[in-house]
Design a protein around this ligand. Sequence first.
Ligand code: UDP
Length: 238
Amino acid sequence: MSWKRVLLKLSGEALGHPETGQGIDPDALTSIARQVARIAQLGVEVALVVGGGNLLRGAEFAQGGARRASSDYMGMLGTVINGLALQDAIEGFGVPTRVLTALEIRAVAEPFVRRRALKHLEEGRVVILSGGTGNPFFTTDTAAALRATELGCEVLLKATKVDGVYSADPKKDRRAERFAELTYMDVLAKGLKVMDGTAITLCMENKLPVVVFNLFEEGNMERVVKGEPLGTTIRSGT
Ligand code: UDP
């Protein structure tokens, strides 16, 4: 295994209906859960940060007139719904999990406590981190960078619908090229839409490598944790 402890970032859209990215699609959920269970069974310690864009994005909802902070709290609650769905599906493949939330919802999940999260990881449980950072005006990508750093994960694996980071949108521009390697500064300077600036900056400051890969090719998650060159790797320049 190339990586012993990983932070896997799943966008909410990955769980959504294949065409609309909305809601929770049972087949998408099962396919993702199967892949997560597989890498956990290989002995990789997995912390999973789940987004909520399939249910509600605070910035979009606020455009309808709602206050941004309230909308963001709604968005964070959406990530808890996704976390519970993932918990059930991953445990269906025989792998124990815990859902930890940045916002306390004790009836269904433990509050996030760093030391407790570390203990769960050491004991082989998949730790599902929901509720983002617990603060409005942030994203779950930033939560992923933050938790990866504080939990000592060696890499942030960003699962997406495309097989890496491109110079332009590959669906719109046939000349778009995929980058195999990028530096954090490349991402910031070129304005590449990988993660928001706060998340990338946190990764840069903590020298946390990021691998962007396509989740929808089954088996890719296993290939990535085995260190096969896949997708795009973002790290410091040499
Ligand atoms: N959110 C937030 N603070 C956080 C993380 C998330 O307020 O630390 C809210 C925000 O409204 C965001 C929503 O939760 O739009 C869903 O998260 P995100 O958009 O990051 O999900 P993804 O795009 O990964 O599905």
